[in-house]
Design a protein around this ligand. Sequence first.
Ligand code: BTN
Length: 248
Amino acid sequence: PAVEFELEAPFSIEYHDSVGSTNDRARELAGEGATDVVVLANEQTGGRGRLDREWAAPAGGVWVSVVTRPAITPARAPLYTLAASVATATAAREAGVDARIKWPNDVVVPVGDDGDYRKLAGILTEMEGQTDRVDWLVAGIGVNANLDADALPEGATSVRAEAGDVDRRRFVQRLLEEFDRYRGDLEAVVPAWRELALTIGQHVRVDRPAGEVVGEAIDVTESGALVVETDDGRVTVSAGDCEHLRPV
Ligand code: BTN
């Protein structure tokens, strides 16, 4: 059964020791009209990642989904996802981890100076609405917090491996405070994101529905799209899977 506890953050919390997916539970709550509710779990048995991937979510992580009803058009929704990644990276940095962001919203820790990284956290945003307005938006955030390195998928790292264990309650509180601040000031999201970006300046390959884009990532637009300088000119990519390539 869900246990509720209070955080000093402008969200009410529904805590589960174990749940299928906090995003699924959050979607249920959103469908019932809830807002500013956070579903937090110690363990997920059916964690979901982007692009229909599975997301390993053993006990000891921070698996959290935030239910909001933002007064924005769907076109602005990516800013919420970027805000979640900035908030997560900020909380991780305060915990002593050199957290950066890989476009669009993976929180990573650099390895060396070549754009290589290990993944610390990921964000899965889901929403419902019409073309002109968002009904609800769920920002699902998964942080490999107090997890042993050998419990992690390949290419991943954890707060424990980088800086030692965190007080997860405090971590979630800081994350939510930052998320709340940025959702109230969406103009501040991209500038903050840029400061933390590992992707800008990298040679990248972006897989997107309309085909692959290869070149140097030079900036993000005010709506969070990636600007890539390719051999054929500049291409702006609003969504896709981005890989950092080794410098040639
Ligand atoms: C990614 O693929 O990088 C996104 C991973 C998102 C995982 C989080 S954990 C909390 C929330 N519940 C889920 O089932 N997924 C998200």
